[in-house]
Design a protein around this ligand. Sequence first.
Ligand code: NCD
Length: 358
Amino acid sequence: MDSRFTNVIDLNDMGTDWWLSVVRLASEIYDDPARYAKACEGKIMATLFYEPSTRTQMSFQTAMLRLGGTIIGFDNPATSSVAKGENLKDTTKIVSSYADIMVMRHPSDGAAKAAALTADCPIINAGDGGHLHPSQTLTDMLTLYREKGRLTDLTIGLCGDLKNGRTVHSMCKALAGFEGIKFVFISTPQLGMPQYIKDILMAHGCAFSEEPSLEAAMPSLDVLYMTRVQKERFASEEEYNRLKGAYCLDRSKMLMGRKDLIVMHPLPRVDEIPMDVDDDPRAMYFKQAHYGVYVRMALILTVLRDPNHSIPLLTGKIVNGVECSNPNCITRKERYLPRSYRGTDLLECEYCDERILF
Ligand code: NCD
């Protein structure tokens, strides 16, 4: 099943050329924003945020306002009909008939794809559970493009909660095909990168290594991407308390990094980067967040210029008797969704990419 719309659910639904054109357009807008001030006049963007957000939501809203468009939406489902028990399909179906483009963040993996099945306008995934976060990845690409001058030949350290962090999953999936990219996974075994992401890297021949010590990894890195331990994805507070604070990039560790290192973080930070690192010229996270507005301007423009570029949604087999084994998959909550899987022996959920032995 294909969508009638240019949905941005998983960057891998589009080709590398598509992402690069968005990043280049974002860079052009950054250099001359006035040129685009009326580009979306008369257009409405809806933001449906079922999960907390500062940067992503406000940068999308700022982006649309700076393009001359207008915005509607909610940032707290408790103040919408979701609180009355409305399902995802009905909410998104209705809102998508009001707006020209819809941006959604949701706590369940695969929620953006689920909404796209019935939405009447293009949808941009602004984060679905611990799964993916494509607009953050485009932001990270723009940061690399402008601050390192390239998206190739980079050793990128990903540090912290690699298990639950959607930003690092999205980044690995996107950069796997770029030449000379090498990832260093800096995490504890409990917070390690999921196997399905490692398999994608291996399939692309993208080099990666695992190094539990941040100190040991520091000297080899061109880029250090810090992440917070994702409290909201843990089953219990005790488990979170045991793992939080696993990594802290303090000034003494910064001394071990190269002069031309850049430190990125999707933010919010908790305690993994103390504030006294902010003045180090290699700290790029605030500028990275600023770049996010231009990326989202480029993304909105690109989708609205070609809103009907059909993107595949469900391409596998519908096996309604088989449940996805990921407890956070959207199919576990929204029971009307067709259970659709790729593959034959090893089934892969088409919403959240979880593998199920069948
Ligand atoms: C990230 C997210 O929501 O996944 N934040 C963001 O979008 N800038 C990272 C996080 O919450 O840790």
